[in-house]
Design a protein around this ligand. Structure first.
Ligand code: SF4
Ligand code: SF4
Length: 519
């Protein structure tokens, strides 16, 4: 339906409108988002392609770590308790790196939210990305908004059955591919895919794929916006992250009101008319089923599709884009004060425009400097400090470690010649995927010497021993000291381990116990 503005008026209703909020337990009213086009939609396609590409393809990337370690670039090897990420290998005791990355992700989310609002929700949240993907399938099979509404309202026919079965079948395939991709992060992907299709994979693999297929299909295909509105805690938390200088998707009613479908008639009658022609294009494209003209709402994920829709309308009308735009609350408030003469009258379009119809110089516009303010500087500083700390720690971490446990019982043994012997469990950690020879030396403990149980290494103050790649080697070591050399009931000495090829070394200070009577 075209009115005198030549802009089609869509029969769209904001089913989640703030004005007519449904009771919590009311049956869901279906939303049929219209396809949007514009710069934000293109950006969303790009983000969607990148995020889905990363998720589905990463397990197939290879990374050569030599013959003694897996060649999958990103692998969470639960069986051997290792996490591989390209050139980085994380051992269980180094899990603080993963914790640090999670803290960085949290602070990064605070930073992004305080600067550009719910950008995470609108562009990169898995729920948003998968819903977008499911909508692509739905539109390709059932058509755009009007065709889908008609199909949904129509009786069950053979055509409707075929379309619905096709759509749900493809959704299930996407769900299965999503679950399949997930388990490839936990095992060698090419091997596991073969096992999956030949029925020889572990039961937990099939269970995980089944659970993720069901959740992806349900959340992305069936529940959609309800996950964001009712299940996700982030919309509630994000309010604390925003301030008056955060960017959010805003209907600029200081230029849009009073809205009218018949602006020319209204103007001809000498009445004010804003830029909004009440065409509902912004409502029709909204995947959350809201009307941004009702103001900021918890449901708005700031996907900016209403901006694209409205910009298209403004282009047709020959008006400036940005009736709906990313704006800060401080700019919006300043412009509302301008449009209402300080709150003394309703919104009056002539107050924000000059006589030639252009925007007044007093209209506030966003500038990039607003992103850089004390709050975002603090987030950036914290984020950078954690990142630099992790990087420094990663680049300087030891790949050779020694840990020693003194035998608890007995603490010492007196040998037939009067000398005293203590027993230790020496753990050598070779944290590189290559075999190497480790030289173990004892320092201190005058006259003392070591012998390795079960090995024909001669007793002495030093011995060399091979350690397998990427492994922990445990040695039972006896340390003996002649009675006439003993100075005290608890002497300290050092186990020093070194790789003389790479010059890496580590030390552990141990205690040698002796009875009072040994001296
Ligand atoms: S805000 Fe823009 S898209 Fe929405 S009804 Fe008004 S003119 Fe149409
Ligand atoms: S109101 Fe606009 S930005 Fe918010 S969810 Fe709807 S389309 Fe996206």
């Amino acid at each position: 339906m075209l009115d005198q503005t030549h802009v089609e008026r869509l029969e769209a209703e904001a089913v989640n409108s703030a004005k007519t909020r449904q009771p919590l337990y009311a049956a869901r009213r279906k939303i049929f988002p219209k396809r949007a086009s514009g710069s934000f939609r293109r950006f969303k396609w790009l983000v969607m392609a990148i995020t889905l590409g990363i998720y589905y393809l990463t397990p197939w990337l290879r990374w050569d770590r030599g013959p003694f370690a897996p060649d999958q670039a990103v692998l969470l090897d639960l069986a051997n308790r290792r996490f591989y990420f390209f050139f980085i290998e994380i051992w269980p005791q180094e899990f603080y790196y993963v914790a640090g990355l999670l803290v960085m992700a949290g602070v990064g989310l605070f930073l992004i939210t305080s600067a550009v609002g719910r950008a995470w929700c609108g562009y990169t949240c898995p729920q948003t990305v998968w819903v977008d993907l499911f909508l692509v399938v739905e539109r390709a099979i059932e058509g755009d908004r009007n065709a889908r509404i008609k199909l949904d309202a129509g009786p069950w026919t053979a055509r409707k059955l075929v379309l619905r079965v096709s759509k749900h079948a493809i959704w299930l395939v996407i769900g299965a591919a999503t679950g399949g991709a997930w388990i490839f992060y936990f095992a060698d992907a090419p091997t596991l895919v073969g096992e999956l299709f030949t029925g020889t994979a572990a039961p937990v693999a099939y269970i995980t794929v089944a659970v993720l297929t069901a959740t992806t299909y349900t959340f992305g295909g069936l529940m959609r916006e309800q996950v964001c509105t009712y299940m996700c805690p982030w919309p509630r938390i994000q309010a604390a992250m925003l301030d008056e200088n955060s960017l959010t998707v805003t209907y600029n009613d200081w230029r849009g009101e009073p809205r009218s479908r018949h602006a020319k008639k209204v103007l001809a009658a000498g009445l004010p008319a804003g830029d909004c022609v009440d065409c509902n294009a912004c409502v029709a494209v909204c995947p959350m089923g809201i009307d941004i003209r009702d103001g900021q709402q918890l449901e708005c994920i700031t996907c900016a599709l209403c901006i694209d829709a409205c910009d298209g309308v403004m282009d047709k009308l020959g008006k400036e884009r940005g009736l709906i735009s990313y704006a800060t609350l401080s700019d919006y408030n300043a412009n509302m004060m301008l449009a209402t003469a300080g709150g003394s009258c309703p919104v009056t379009p002539s107050l924000v425009r000059t006589v030639d119809g252009k925007f007044s110089d007093k209209v506030a516009h966003f500038h990039i400097g607003k992103i850089f303010r004390p709050r975002t500087y603090v987030y950036m500083a914290v984020w950078s400090l954690i990142g630099l700390g992790l990087l420094y720690s990663l680049l300087t971490r030891d790949r050779l470690e020694v840990n020693v446990l003194h035998d608890r019982n007995p603490q010492f043994v007196t040998l037939h010649d009067g000398s005293i012997r203590n027993g230790y469990t020496v753990k050598l950690l070779n944290m590189i995927p290559e075999p190497r020879t480790i030289v173990v030396t004892m320092q201190g403990l005058q006259g003392g010497e070591m012998s390795v149980v079960g090995d024909d290494i001669p007793a002495g103050r030093s011995f060399a021993i091979p350690v397998e790649p990427d492994r922990l080697k445990m040695l039972k070591v006896f340390v003996r000291q002649p009675a006439d050399q003993i100075h005290g009931t608890a002497q300290t000495f050092t186990f020093r381990v070194e790789d003389r090829a790479s010059f890496e070394a580590d030390e552990y200070t141990a205690t040698f116990n002796a009875p009072e009577t040994a001296r």
